[in-house]
Design a protein around this ligand. Structure first.
Ligand SMILES: [Fe+2]
Length: 266
């Protein structure tokens, strides 16, 4: 069984991320219109019973890129603020990510059954993130992939007192393939201690965003963003934030991450 694109954490994951660029594996051409228009408006009834199962299917369809699927690598759900508090939306994201991860994994024969994953939940407050965690007080970063998680779900909010901070998604693999570029041409490794993240080089951010990405804008309590962060998935990032009011600034990010046990530190 070929496990090249879902290897164990650490150095093997870094090698696999490089290999995903250098030996492209997508069965279909990039669909520009599909990538830019993809989102699902949800109602409270979508979170229960058979309708929840259908919603999870749609999320996984979107997240499953080639070679197993024909999705685009992300799924943006909207509409939660009409019927839920932010706390309830965060809780729902854990339930949905758990279900989506089980279904995603069942469709991915390259992930060995012997491997042990779990869902981790965290909340970060921008401007107050301990620097020992990510090297910065801020979560705003150029487009990149996280080290070792496969899928994640983000819920933002509350958000107040700043401009910028638009969430960005880029299909860096499609961009590199379109220009016949390899990993080293378009990416550099982050300066984190331990395992490194692939980060899109500054010169490629705008052309990749224009041609193979989407600026989602500032996300808040109405949205839930699912991303395939695996080696065949998409890069994520955020535009720079400009704090308007130091006394009234808040940007909270709730994350759930499907991550292999033993790789939690990265
Ligand atoms: Fe990240």
């Amino acid at each position: 069984m070929n496990q090249l694109h879902y290897p164990k954490p650490g150095k093997a994951m870094m090698a696999a991320r490089r290999a995903a660029f250098d030996t492209p594996n997508r069965p279909q051409d990039f669909d520009h219109e599909l990538f830019r228009s993809q989102e699902i408006f949800v109602a409270s009834s979508d979170l229960h019973g058979e309708r929840r199962s259908l919603l999870v299917n749609r999320i996984v369809d979107n997240l499953s890129t080639g070679p197993e699927g024909r999705g685009i690598g992300y799924c943006l759900l909207r509409g939660f603020s009409y019927f839920m508090s932010i706390e309830e939306t965060r809780a729902a994201s854990i339930v949905l990510l758990n279900a989506a991860w089980k279904r995603f994994r069942s469709r991915s024969p390259r992930i060995s059954p012997s491997r042990d994953f779990r869902i981790l939940e965290s909340i970060t407050h921008d401007g107050a993130i301990p620097t020992e965690l990510f090297g910065s007080r801020w979560s705003f970063k150029p487009p990149h992939a996280d080290c070792n998680s496969v899928l994640f779900a983000h819920v933002y909010g509350p958000t107040l007192g700043f401009d910028g901070g638009d969430v960005l998604l880029i299909d860096a693999l499609a961009y590199a393939a379109s220009r016949n570029l390899d990993f080293g041409d378009v990416c550099q490794w982050s300066s984190d201690a331990g395992d490194k993240k692939p980060v899109l080089r500054a010169a490629h951010v705008q052309p990749a965003l224009d041609g193979y990405g989407r600026r989602l804008g500032r996300l808040g309590p109405d949205e839930m963003l699912f991303v395939n962060n695996g080696c065949d998935g998409v890069f994520h990032g955020a535009s720079e934030v400009v704090v308007r009011d130091d006394n009234d600034f808040v940007r909270v990010l709730h994350r759930c991450v499907a991550m292999e046990r033993g790789s939690e530190a990265s």
